[in-house]
Write a protein that binds this ligand. Sequence first.
Ligand SMILES: Cc1cc2nc3c(=O)[nH]c(=O)nc-3n(C[C@H](O)[C@H](O)[C@H](O)COP(=O)(O)OP(=O)(O)OC[C@H]3O[C@@H](n4cnc5c(N)ncnc54)[C@H](O)[C@@H]3O)c2cc1C
Length: 473
Amino acid sequence: MSRYSRSLVWLRRDYRLSDHRALFEACAHSGEVIPVFVIDEVLLKGFKNIRQVQFIQSVLDDLDTRLQERGSRLLVVRGNPAHAIPELAAKLRVQAVFLNHDYEPMAKLRDAHVERELRKTGVAFHSFKDQVIFERREILSGGGSPYKVFTPYSRAWLKALESNRAEHLKEYRPDLKKLVSKDLIRDRNARFSELGFPELAGGVPSDARAERKVGEEEAKALLKRFSKSIASYKTDRDFPAIEGTSRLSVHFRFGTISPRQAVRFCAEHMSEGAKTWLNELIWREFYMMILDQYPHVEKGAFKPEYDSLKWEWNREHFKAWCEGRTGFPIVDAAMRQLNETGWMHNRLRMIVAMFLTKDLLIHWQEGEKYFAEQLFDHELSANNGGWQWSASTGCDAQPYFRVMNPVSQSERFDPKGEFIKKWVPELKNLDAKRIHWPHEEGGLFSSGTQGYVEPLVDHKEQRLKAIKMFKKD
Ligand SMILES: Cc1cc2nc3c(=O)[nH]c(=O)nc-3n(C[C@H](O)[C@H](O)[C@H](O)COP(=O)(O)OP(=O)(O)OC[C@H]3O[C@@H](n4cnc5c(N)ncnc54)[C@H](O)[C@@H]3O)c2cc1C
């Protein structure tokens, strides 16, 4: 690679300063480096996930503050990156743009466009693997094609890691002294609110970092907290009333933690729990590889034969599911947790997704879209993978005849009904036996259920209908 006097590092989903491949490479090959973020007006047209926008805004504010403390700055502009990046490159007289790969179909088109535009003006374009340990076609089956089934993929992934651990888990420490002086950048930073997105209520406090941790610092704090419970992850991870998982998903989504750091952390805390957690990180990469190599999943079933399934549509049922009013306590508790906090426990994501598709017989894409609008951690690859797994239309999905019973799932994974009581206060006086199914023929139990709703459907009947729908196809 040549040496450049000045370069841009274009941040997209990697809002951190440590263990950052593109930033590392830019600093290593340039005299001066300018970090930039573009508020993408094309991507944000019609974008409904306000939680994610506010998360990014607060992380960018924090990153800018930290860079200013070092005498530098984060430059934030808005526009179509295909024009904004080449324009910035010309205005700031940079010779190269550094960035990390993105695997989403829209992002790949955008990056190809930016690369073409830059090359026209002789500006170099360098993109790197950063958000995964293995990408694209690095993990292939014996036949040379990308895997469609998780278990052999994960075995091959682990084997590849062991073949050169030091290289794959290398820490990329950028030489931050190369970051440009803040005096060079005079423009005021753009904000998402200029596109009509609401600012966080009360704004991000100026002493945010002292009061509450943001971005990279928060991710580090969560990892530290998780180090105390990772050993019991294997046993605790399925119980929503227990804080048994890392809660790092939004940080993986926006790159406020590096995947290499997470895998090194597993090795440092080796236990059965850490092995199970590593397996979840591999699921993350599996679904990213699936989206990258089989991009049709974004628009339809992984198995195209399931695109013709005759799903039903009932607006009232869908609304009741969204609002947590289905009459199935575990489903309602989960949906209310999502609506209130923007996060839902993994076991519950599977339960509510299967309930929407196999009990209400509503198309998985409706649920996928609702999650995309609500989840802080919304990630196209994992969300699509999770929905297609639950709907039995995906790669390595749950077979269509294995339909989860929401009541027995509730008895098994929330045995005392603690999680339900927290989110469905109408049921807080019920005992551990009745809370999972507070109904009897002719209506609700008379005491302790005031304000709760009757079940929308009969699970046994709907399960048979769902199986019939798949068989017909
Ligand atoms: C229907 C459905 C939709 C989902 N949508 C998303 C989504 O939009 N974004 C998202 O990050 N995850 C999604 N998941 C996966 C999983 O539910 C979340 O990653 C997890 O609940 C996040 O909590 P955590 O960070 O405490 O996870 P932990 O249990 O601590 O796991 C660590 C990390 O591994 C990754 N991970 C864990 N489980 C999975 C999985 N099954 N698939 C892919 N990656 C995984 C996440 O990055 C997670 O942060 C979905 C699952 C289902 C069934």
